[in-house]
Write a protein that binds this ligand. Structure first.
Ligand code: AMP
Length: 500
């Protein structure tokens, strides 16, 4: 089933419903949205793009993103969403790797590509021209046909393209309704995080339910803009990385604004520290749902519902808050040892997933696929454990685990301990090669007016002595990738340079 059918069906019964917004301005109802996307499909076909071809999107968060995306699908082609924050040279690598037949690019980004790629670039003028043209019928697509090539955020190495099919995305969207949140036509999906990633994947369920799609004029995350939008345009739904939750909590508290217009914040994509989510729920109320996923199983490995996040009376509430919830309905989750054999509840191992939303493999990369899909299981590279009730708690990426004196130390645990210090704003813990211990634990800290001795005492009051950092490095900010994930590889590089 072609995912674009959902758009066609909503347009057929509720075409007058407001669909696409730039800030507070409605730029298309569902009938106009469908009509424009079908026009884009015809424009693509007229330019020789056939079902199965790849068409890239190098676009900021604008309402036209969804017109281009659905236009690509109606034509039967596959979308290659590229993070708008990437350098044009990085975008070029993705265009080459996917043999994209064309790329839609917003103003500013198109110019950067023009000199370095042969791929035809469709600027916004071309997109509008296509959108106004004759509409095209939806091309039939099978469940295992490619819909979206997802480039992993790549905190290490060169990004890989994940094959995401129409079947995976429809199942992911239904799993959202089963495990994450309900969606009603009055809701507005508010796009602050890049639409090339999770935020954009969530557009689908909002199309299915005929909800509004709102792109902030800034195209990104601006706390003042979000609080104003919540007042004027709620109920709003949004995806946030943990750092965004931290920032909106600070901003809303400073403004004395409880942001009633925010209905749901889905958070994930990186570790959420318990103290941060507690504070956010204290201030905003039960609006937070956590999901755990990765490009290889988009948005759909596990979920911790709003009730579970907010249920303070439950005896296990605190442990559950530190978990990433339970397996979503459409997947199986297991923990494996180094050979992939199941381990006992409570034991830490690699998180393995199988089910309807797991990728068939990486784009034209059989070696990487063979390493990642083993005996039908997706080996996530994340370490964690399951409790007897099925709650999954993440430790760290397997490559981030520190082995010091033969013992595994999970950086997250040390980070959680440091973050409970009131002066510590951000922290990242990594291993530093050590002749004596194999690795030493060291912490990079963003903090005001606190010294090493105070942090050391604070950590020792909470966790075992062998887990305490041997060294602290104070820094103004932590290096992060375009999705806000801390680049531990870069911190390890810094350590190497210091040693040299
Ligand atoms: P990506 O494929 O770029 O979306 O990155 C996925 C990775 O982000 C996962 O493998 C995890 O390491 C991390 N991640 C995603 N969701 C969560 C979460 N809720 N808590 C902690 N880490 C997460």
């Amino acid at each position: 089933m072609n995912l674009a059918l959902w758009l066609e069906r909503v347009a057929a019964v509720a075409g007058e419903r407001p669909a696409l917004f730039r800030g507070e301005t409605c730029v298309a109802d569902y009938a106009a949205f469908q009509r424009a996307a079908a026009g884009v499909a015809e424009g693509l076909s007229a330019r020789g793009i056939a079902p199965g071809d790849r068409v890239a999107l190098f676009m900021k968060n604008v309402p036209d993103y969804l017109i281009a995306l659905y236009g690509i699908w109606i034509a039967g082609a596959a979308a290659v969403p590229i993070n708008a924050k990437l350098h044009p040279r990085e975008a070029q690598v993705i265009l080459q790797d996917t043999q994209a037949r064309a790329v839609f690019a917003t103003d500013g980004l198109a110019e950067g590509l023009a000199d370095i790629v042969d791929t035809p670039i469709f600027g916004m003028d071309t997109l509008f021209e296509m959108a106004a043209g004759e509409p095209r019928e939806i091309a039939p697509r099978a469940a295992d046909d490619l819909a979206w090539l997802f480039f992993t955020s790549g905190t290490t190495g060169r990004p890989k393209g994940v094959i995401i099919t129409h079947g995976m995305l429809s199942t992911m969207s239904l799993s959202y309704l089963a495990d994450v949140d309900e969606v009603s036509p009055e809701d507005g999906a508010y796009y602050m995080a890049p639409m090339s990633h999770g935020a954009g994947l969530y557009a689908l369920v909002h199309v299915l339910k005929g909800a509004r799609h709102i792109c902030p004029p800034s195209g990104g995350f601006d706390t003042g803009e979000l609080l104003a939008a919540a007042r004027a345009q709620g109920p709003l739904h949004m995806f946030m990385a943990p750092t965004m939750v931290r920032r909106i909590t600070d901003a809303a508290k400073a403004a004395g604004d409880r942001a009633q217009g925010i209905k749901t914040v889905v958070y994930g994509g990186g570790p959420m520290y318990v103290s941060d989510i507690e504070e956010a729920v204290d201030w905003f109320g039960p609006k937070f749902v956590q999901i755990y996923g990765q490009g290889e199983c988009p948005m759909s490995i596990s979920a911790l519902s709003r009730a579970e996040v907010a249920d303070r009376v439950h005896p296990d509430w605190h442990d559950r808050l530190a978990s990433v919830g339970r397996a979503q309905s459409v997947v199986e989750v297991a923990i494996g040892d180094a050979e992939g054999n199941p381990v006992a509840p409570g034991d830490v191992g690699e998180i393995m997933v199988r089910g309807h939303t797991v990728m068939p493999g990486y784009w034209q990369n059989p070696e990487a696929t063979a390493k990642t899909i083993q005996n039908g299981w997706l080996m996530t590279g994340d370490m964690g454990f399951l409790d007897t009730h099925g709650y999954l708690t993440l430790r760290d990426r397997s490559k981030d685990v520190i082995i010091s004196g033969g013992t595994n130390v999970y950086p997250r645990e040390v980070e959680e301990a440091l973050l409970t210090h009131p002066e510590v704003r951000e922290v990242s813990v990594v291993g530093r090669p050590s002749a004596e211990w194999g690795e030493d634990i060291v912490a990079f800290v963003v903090a005001d007016g606190v010294d090493e001795a105070a942090l050391d005492a604070h950590v020792l009051a909470q966790i075992a002595r062998f887990k305490r950092p041997k060294a602290y490095f104070f820094t103004d900010e932590l290096p992060k990738n375009n999705y806000g994930k801390v680049l531990k590889t870069e911190l390890r590089e810094r350590l190497k340079e210091m040693d040299a």
